[in-house]
Structures are given as structure tokens and as C-alpha cells.
Design a protein. Structure first.
Length: 507
């Protein structure tokens, strides 16, 4: 009952004219920022942070949180419409969202993404409201060994992303892990894999550079070749009837969306994890538990619902350790944390006691931001669909320019632009050879997280590998990961046994 009273007070604050205006403006701005390749919520919040000094601290954090929410929705737009991930959190949406758009189902993909984001955001805010203190304690119990076990579980879930060809999938994963190791060693500081002292590799390979190259340039090259000079423009249309039909179909993906919401939220509350690993893990789990895993990557709406619900849930989850422990759960919340310190608000357990107006105003604004992001997103769907009707002679150069700008913007280094072109050609060749691209992209995201947590755990245990199996939380997670890794081998042995039994029925 006390929580309900606090929440009602929070709504009274969030619905003050200034704060409500900041929510709506922030959501619309975030939608645009998320849809622009290379920007993303991190850059958007960082660029707009100085603007918040014009309003009170509560209004400032509400505005930045609304931008964060809007960007989570917006990242799916360019992923679906152009095949270019708007941000790292939307890469998994590209796997099935782009094929749906090419099949004339862009409106269904966009509505599925928006609705799944709304469900993920709602589930996560409710969990945040009801269980903030105990969930913060759970997040604090996750050390280096637990984080590494979670990364191994993520790798295990997407071993099946490449279909039945496990060797090609593993090759793709290993390529991604090698690329994730480029740069400076996290312990010694020594450069590694910098290919003859090329200074551009010193800061490592930006994840977005790989994703934009493979899914932007590579997809464009593949489209040009497969069309043999006659590129078919998607004839996607949007009507009230189609929108309602898409919403009715969404109930078929309810279980997947709920799974993505809960999984994304719990990954989001872990310090330094964030929405990207959460969305990728949700996609892997959705494919693993699906009755039709072969349809993933070919335009399955569940492949859009799972990552979109997860990344929105994780964005809310990452605020929990920021507010209750003073530990940012993602790069964007690290910037929000810096803003809170500047505004004179000290994160931690006492924040809920000493600054109740601020905390509950923020929580209530997340409910409002979730609703307005959905409404703004759905309202703009006709405009997004219009993009698909552009002639390919206009769309292809537009995609190319967006890819180059999106790769250059984060680091402002021409080295990354050349890498985008190289990865684009490499992605096109790997696709021709029927190698799965998704595991390589996922590995370059999770690789640095897995390496850091593994080496920290081994340093703490003096190199004892059993530390990952002996701890009460990491042990069960690691055992589950090992079982999932061995599952394809068991399936192969079982299939061979059945084949030999069928060939020799009397044996």
C-alpha cells in the first residue's frame, strides 16, 4: 500500500505540465536519435545533457530517461526499414525485421517491435516499482565469476543460431571473438592483433562498425547481386485494418515477448551488462525454445518481439543499480549517473529515503514515457513505410551514406569507415558461402565482457578454474551452459543411432 501511495505521488509529479512536456519531447527526440545509425541513446543523452541545466533536477532526469526510452524504440526503425542497426541494442532486430520488410510486412514488423517494446517496458517498470531493493541485492551478488557464467550461457544459446551447420556457426563465433580481442590487453596494456602497428586498431573494433558493415553494406551488395539488376521495391502498405490485424497477431508472440521482457530486465540490472547482451540472449533463447527454429532469420515475427521486449526491459533494469547502488548498468546510465552527481543527488540506498519526490517522479515518468513512445512510434509508421517505396537507385546511395556517417560519427576516425567497407565485402562473401553472420556479430559484443569477467575471476581465485563451478550462482549457470553446448552433439549422435537402426532393423 505504501508503494502505491508513493507511485501516486510520483504520477502527480510526472504529470505536471513541464514534466509531461519533457516526457513527450524526449520520447519524440529519442525516437529520431535511435533511428539514426551511429547515434544511439548514449550519444543522444550525452549531447543533450547540458540542456537539462535549464530545468529542475527531477525534470532533467525525466527528460533524459524519456530520450533513453524513445531511442530504444527508435533503434528498430532503421534495422527494419534499411537493414542498418540504429544502435547496438537493435542488431538482433535486424535478423528477422529486415526480411519481413523485404517480404512486404514492414508494417507488421514495426508494430510488433513497438508493441513488444511497450510490453517489455511495462513489465520492467512494474518489477522496478515492486522489487527494487531485493533485486538490487541480487545484482550486487553477481561477481566476475557469475558474469562470465552468464556470458557462457549467452554463447550457448546462440550456438544454434546458424541452423544445423554447427561447424560453420562455431567458425563464425571464433571470428567474432578474435575481432573482439583487437586493441589493448585489459591486464598488461600491451597492444594485440593491431596488424603491424596500425594505430586505428589501438581502440579496438567498434561493434557498430562491424554491424553496419555486415548488415548495411553487405546487405546492399547482396540485394544488388540477387536482383540481377532489377531490384523489386517492397510494396508495403499501411491501413487501419492491417494495423489491427498485426495487433491481433501479436498475441501469438505473447510468451516470447514475456520471456524477453523478464530476461532482458534481469540482464539489465547486472552492472556493465546493458541492453545489447540482453536483446541478443533473448533472440537466442527465443530460437532455442521455438517450435520452428528454422524460420528465424527468414522473417519470423518472434525474432523481432524477443529482442525488442528485452532491450526495452533492460534499459529500465539498468537504472536499478544506478539508483540503488550508484553503479551504472549500461553506458547510457553511466551518463545519467554523472548528471545526477552534477545536480547534487547522491545515488544509493538513501536516495529512496532522502529524495522520494525525485525517485518516484522518475519511476512514474517511465510509465508515461512507455505509453507516449508507443503512440508516437505507431503514428509515424506511414512515414517509415514511405521510405520503402523509394526507388532503389535512391535508396541504395542513401543506405551507403547513412552507413558511412553512422560508422564515422562515434569515433570520428576514417579508419572505421574503411573497416565498414571491408566488413561489408566480407559479410557479402560469407553470406554467399552460407556462413551465419549473427553469431559473429553476437561474439564481438559479448567477447570483451566475457574476457574481462573471466580474467578478473581467475585473478581473484589464483587461476583456479573451478571457481566458475563452485560458487552457488555461477555453478548452476555454467552447468546449464555446458549442457546447451553439448546438446547439438547429443542430437547428432541420436540422429546417427536412429539412422543406423533404420538401416539394420534386425540388428
Amino acid at each position: 500500500m505504501e508503494i502505491l501511495d508513493h507511485l501516486l505521488q510520483g504520477f502527480a509529479i510526472a504529470f505536471q505540465p513541464l514534466n509531461l512536456g519533457l516526457v513527450i519531447f524526449g520520447c519524440a527526440l529519442g525516437l529520431f536519435i535511435g533511428a539514426m545509425p551511429g547515434l544511439g541513446s548514449v550519444n543522444g543523452v550525452a549531447i543533450l545533457l547540458p540542456m537539462t541545466f535549464l530545468v529542475p533536477p527531477t525534470g532533467a532526469i525525466i527528460f533524459l530517461a524519456a530520450i533513453y526510452y524513445g531511442a530504444m524504440y527508435g533503434g528498430a526503425i532503421s534495422s527494419i526499414m534499411l537493414g542498418i542497426p540504429g544502435a547496438s541494442t537493435a542488431v538482433a532486430t535486424t535478423f528477422d525485421g529486415r526480411p519481413m520488410a523485404l517480404q512486404g510486412q514492414a508494417d507488421q514488423a514495426l508494430i510488433t517491435a513497438a508493441t513488444a517494446s511497450f510490453v517489455g517496458g511495462t513489465v520492467s517498470v512494474v518489477l522496478f516499482t515492486l522489487f527494487a531493493p531485493p533485486l538490487a541485492a541480487v545484482a550486487l551478488a553477481f561477481g566476475a565469476a557469475e558474469e562470465f557464467a552468464l556470458m557462457m550461457l549467452a554463447f550457448a544459446t546462440f550456438v544454434g543460431l546458424g541452423g544445423d551447420d554447427i561447424p560453420k556457426t562455431l567458425f563464425s563465433i571464433f571470428i567474432g571473438l578474435v575481432l573482439s580481442a583487437v586493441g589493448l590487453d585489459i591486464i598488461s596494456g600491451q597492444p594485440r592483433l593491431i596488424f603491424g602497428d596500425i594505430t586505428g586498431f589501438m581502440h579496438g573494433i567498434n561493434f557498430l562498425v562491424l554491424a553496419i558493415g555486415i548488415y548495411g553494406i553487405g546487405e546492399m551488395l547482396w540485394t544488388i547481386e540477387s536482383s540481377k539488376g532489377e531490384v523489386k521495391i517492397s510494396q508495403a502498405t499501411v491501413t487501419v485494418g492491417r494495423v489491427m490485424d498485426s495487433l491481433r497477431k501479436f498475441k501469438n508472440y505473447g510468451k516470447t515477448t514475456l520471456m524477453g521482457s523478464v530476461l532482458g530486465y534481469f540482464v539489465g540490472i547486472l552492472p556493465a551488462a546493458g541492453a545489447t547482451p540482453g536483446s541478443l540472449m533473448a533472440y537466442g533463447v527465443a530460437k532455442t525454445i521455438s517450435k520452428h527454429p528454422e524460420s528465424f532469420g527468414k522473417g519470423n515475427p518472434e525474432g523481432v518481439a524477443a529482442p525488442e521486449s528485452a532491450n526495452n526491459a533492460a534499459s529500465t533494469g539498468s537504472m536499478l543499480p544506478m539508483l540503488t547502488l550508484g553503479i551504472p548498468g549500461s553506458p547510457t546510465t553511466a551518463i545519467l549517473l554523472g548528471g545526477m552527481v552534477i545536480w547534487g543527488l547522491e545515488p544509493g540506498p538513501l536516495l529512496f529515503v532522502e529524495h522520494q519526490e525525485f525517485v518516484w517522479g522518475l519511476i512514474a515518468s517511465l510509465y508515461a514515457a512507455n505509453v507516449f513512445s508507443l503512440l508516437i512510434n505507431v503514428a509515424f509508421i506511414p512515414a517509415f513505410i514511405w521510405v520503402l517505396r523509394l526507388p532503389f537507385t535512391i535508396l541504395a546511395p542513401l543506405i551507403f551514406v547513412l552507413c558511412i556517417v553512422g560508422g564515422y560519427a562515434p569515433t570520428q576516425d576514417m579508419h572505421d569507415v574503411w573497416l565498414i567497407l571491408i566488413f561489408g565485402v566480407a559479410g557479402y562473401l560469407l553470406r554467399k558461402l552460407d556462413y551465419p553472420l549473427a553469431p559473429a556479430v553476437l561474439a564481438i559484443v559479448l567477447g570483451p565482457l566475457a574476457e574481462t569477467s573471466m580474467r578478473q575471476a581467475l585473478l581473484q581465485s589464483n587461476g583456479e578454474m573451478m571457481v566458475f563451478f563452485q560458487r552457488p550462482i555461477s555453478g548452476p549457470i555454467m552447468i546449464t551452459a555446458v549442457v546447451l553446448f553439448l546438446l547439438p552433439l547429443f542430437k547428432l549422435l541420436k540422429a546417427r543411432w536412429r539412422a543406423s537402426k533404420a538401416a539394420n532393423p534386425g540388428a
